[in-house]
Design a binder for this molecule. Structure first.
Ligand SMILES: C[C@H](O)[C@@H](O)[C@@H](O)C(=O)COP(=O)(O)O
Ligand SMILES: [Zn+2]
Length: 215
């Protein structure tokens, strides 16, 4: 795919993210691994105003094109690609239920088997650090190594996957899980969780879930 086509896909994903109710205003950002670095949304431009020319190429050493300003979170996006070879797209947003759980500073435990869609038994909540900081990128590095979806304390969510469709799908799933967690926490502080053995089974099943058999 050409740079222009991927850039349009990034914009389409941003708009869908807002339509799904996962984001507000200019919050959030989206990137795709590209040519040794990544293509990423610019900083602070409303999604509906974006054209492919606004999308910024950031190289693996963090340098970017003259006259363009990448997302303030470019460093944690780049970090995701550097520490996980299996991901090619990263989505960040401030989805309301994920942000609420992050304010409680709680990981999302195995309250539902869909937690395993993250590739982990628990969706971690990494500590707060100022947006755009290298400290935040350091926390993201630790979290994303363990799980393809993480909560950022007092901030929001990151979901990383093999492609944009799957990254957005995962972000949406985690928002549903966060809502379920808040609803159950409102009834009892001791929310029941699935045991490790069952989560191992589900994690195994997710390895081949949705893969088409080639004939
Ligand atoms: C202040 C920013 O909104 C920050 O929260 C960042 O994390 C974000 O989500 C959007 O920033 P960019 O427009 O710089 O991508
Ligand atoms: Zn943010």
């Amino acid at each position: 795919m050409t740079r222009n086509e991927i850039s349009q896909q990034i914009i389409d994903t941003c708009i869908e993210m807002t339509q799904l109710g996962l984001n507000q205003g200019t919050a959030g950002n989206v990137s795709v691994r590209f040519d040794g670095g990544m293509l990423i949304t610019p900083s602070g431009i409303p999604y509906e105003k974006l054209t492919p020319d606004h999308i910024v190429y950031v190289s693996s050493d963090g340098t970017f094109e003259d006259g363009k300003l990448p997302s303030s979170e470019w460093l944690f996006h780049l970090t995701c690609y550097q520490v996980r070879e299996d991901v090619n797209a990263v989505v960040h947003n401030h989805a309301i239920n994920c942000a609420a759980v992050s304010i409680l500073n709680k990981p999302i435990p195995a309250i539902h088997y869909m937690v395993a869609a993250s590739g982990a038994k628990v969706i971690p909540c990494v500590p707060y650090a100022t947006f755009g900081s290298s400290m935040l990128a350091d926390y993201v590095e630790k979290g994303i190594k363990a799980s393809k979806a993480i909560l950022l304390q007092h901030h929001g969510l990151i979901a990383a996957e093999v492609n944009l469709d799957k990254a957005l799908w995962l972000a949406h799933e985690v928002e549903v899980l966060a809502e379920l967690y808040l609803k159950t926490l409102a009834v009892t502080p001791n929310v029941a969780v699935l045991d490790d053995a069952e989560m191992d089974v589900v994690l195994g099943k997710f390895q081949s879930y949705g893969l088409r058999v080639e004939k």
